[in-house]
Design a binder for this molecule. Sequence first.
Ligand code: DGL
Length: 279
Amino acid sequence: METSSATIGVFDSGVGGLSVLHHIRRTLPEARLIYVADSAHVPYGDKPAAYIEQRSHTLTRFLIEQGAEAIVIACNTATAAAAASLRTQFSLPIIGMEPAVKPAVAATRSGVVGVLATTGTLESSRFAALLERYGEEVEIVTQGCPGLVEQVEQGDLNGSRTRELIARYTAPLLVRGADTFILGCTHYPFLAPLIRDVVGEGITLVDTGAAVARQVQRRIQSELSTRTKSAHPSTGSGRTDLHDAAQFFTSGDTEAASRIMSLLWGETVVARQLPIECL
Ligand code: DGL
């Protein structure tokens, strides 16, 4: 696996993970990227952890079959539900993500941090462990945001319904004196301009997309040096000869997915359907 041309598989419940994919492309411009939006099963946020775990295994298997040499779980909810079992099952690097509590704790001046995330993430033991680790010195106020992911999935990034939901979910954090908001779901960075408009300039917004991309780069480099030392060249199994810079798949409607992905990716995207056994 050469760092420059590694194949990286990325998945999310829907289009939110594209916010992470942007950072990965910036950090590793030569990498071949394969993105899967599990659109037929979005949102993950209110589904049982076992369900999300099963979907995550199916999508990871698919990405490996497509030649992925590292997997990025571009979803806080799926990381909480499935990262541990994916790492047990598969031997390639699996990079997950979690709400940016540590940087938010470092950034707050008021001593109050707000976390916007899905119910699944906020109720997970992984998030509880994160709070225990970093949340001692400051007050952390959490807020589940039902409905917000669906707004992004529809491409409604600044309509009145989206604004109304953002106002409803950020108000309790503002009342408690939070000056730093964690965007703890990968869909939310696409709403950052509207969130900023609703809460004003004085609030710091933090997310983990850039940090995850750096972590992907580190993992790929260290994997490469391990392989070089043990003289086991990559087989690149399942990799096609065609080097497409990015390929996109969905478990949902391909036309709708192509439309919204093109909007959020900033280039024309033609999303392909996942094979039937992955639906
Ligand atoms: N984008 C995902 C996350 O980071 C999941 C959102 C959902 O499907 O509920 O949590």
